[in-house]
Design a protein around this ligand. Structure first.
Ligand code: MRU
Length: 378
């Protein structure tokens, strides 16, 4: 095999290593992450002993996906508190590590509020314990939300597509790798698979960082789902051929008017779905809904380095031990690149938003506000 490397064995069920966990070895607490930049080639863990390491892991997408970013952010505050770092500095750095996924700020804020309240009452040690307890609560709620979304989403699919045998197209990665549980959109597809109702999962490769080809396909294979990876540009011909029954995607931020920011390439799918009369369903916890952001145009879209487009530079593509940023050029030297990490789909193109607290359809400002108000942790 020369210097090639083995692709992780698939078909083994759940992830071998959870996407994130808190540990307390004698040297002090750590946050352990499954390094997603290495998948599917190898399951490697990243041990964060301080906040700069976690911020770096967030920026490089070693840990990623809206709900998991919320959990990681909350544990990051707990880590700073437990290790005696400057907590307010940590809060600032973590919340700003990536701008679009609202869950990151949500998780950081929850742990910070718990920390500050306990600090005023009982001092630093109690405050550290309070931050950790809150991080664990964010984590546990996400696990529960994930299960509820899968139930609501499966029921919705039954209503939208009465015959079963669904062929579902998904984009980016929305499974156990983005969640304490089984995820958002992929959790719904998984529920359909378990119910014997999934005929095929179409997996957009998701350029430029290939979250679909690398991560969703990895999860689908482990779960034994019938899946096919396609290049993002091939989706149109699938719709034209009548091969897609529904689109299921996640979200990084949903504005008060129901506009959905998600991985770049989601909006073109929504346009295709509308043209071909195919339901376009967004699955996200209410913690992804940002009622303070009025509409889609107000959502800050993260712009990432052009190098991600002009080079193949992920460590997974270069084998074990490769450093990020040492890529193989796929465009002329000096080529400019446009690399937004997300795009925004307007509410009128969204058939339904599935949350843990219920389904919003049609997607309206009032419907969204109502489902958020009935959420257990609103
Ligand atoms: O840049 P990423 O990989 O963090 O983007 C992730 C996505 O766009 C997901 O679709 C989104 O977070 C929803 S996952 C529940």
């Amino acid at each position: 095999m020369g210097d090639q490397y083995e692709v992780s064995e698939v078909g083994a069920g759940a992830l071998t290593i959870p996407s994130l966990r808190w540990e307390e070895p004698p040297e002090g607490p750590v946050l352990v992450l499954l390094d997603q930049t290495r998948l599917p080639a190898e399951e490697v863990e990243l041990v964060c002993t301080d906040v700069p390491a976690l911020v770096q892991a967030i920026r490089t997408l070693a840990v990623r996906g809206a709900p998991l970013l919320g959990i990681a952010g909350a544990y990051g505050v707990a880590l700073a508190a437990a290790r005696g770092f400057d907590v307010e500095e940590a809060v600032e750095a973590l919340a700003q590590a990536r701008p679009t996924a609202v869950n990151l700020g949500y998780g950081v804020r929850r742990a910070a509020v718990a920390y500050r309240a306990a600090f005023g009452e009982d001092g630093a040690q109690a405050a550290a314990a309070a931050a950790l307890a809150e991080a664990r609560a964010v984590h546990a709620e996400d696990i529960e939300a994930s299960a509820r979304m899968a139930e609501h989403g499966l029921a919705l699919l039954g209503e939208l597509l009465p015959g079963g045998g669904h062929r579902i197209l998904t984009h980016c990665n929305t499974g156990a790798l983005v969640s304490g549980g089984e995820g958002t959109a992929l959790a719904v597809a998984l529920a359909a698979h378990r119910a014997g109702e999934l005929r095929r999962l179409w997996v957009d490769e998701t350029r430029p960082l290939l979250q679909g080809a690398r991560l969703t396909a990895y999860e689908a294979a482990r779960a034994g789902m019938a899946y096919t990876v396609l290049s993002d540009g091939a989706a149109g011909s699938l719709f034209a051929g009548g091969e897609v029954d529904a689109v299921l995607i996640g979200a990084d931020r949903i504005a008060a008017d129901g506009s959905v920011a998600n991985k770049v390439g989601s909006y073109p799918l929504a346009v295709l779905a509308r043209y071909h009369h195919v339901p376009f369903v967004v699955v996200a916890p209410t913690s992804t809904v940002d009622l303070e952001t009025e509409e889609g145009a107000d959502i800050e879209v993260e712009q990432r380095p052009g190098q991600e487009v002009t080079e193949f530079s992920l460590p997974f593509a270069q084998g074990p031990g490769a450093e990020a940023g040492t890529g193989i050029p796929v465009a002329p030297l000096g080529a400019q690149a446009y690399n937004p990490a997300f795009d925004v789909t307007p509410p009128e193109l969204v058939t339904a938003i599935v949350t843990e607290a219920g389904v919003v359809s049609p997607v309206t400002r009032d419907g969204l506000a109502e489902v958020c108000s009935t959420s257990r942790w609103s």
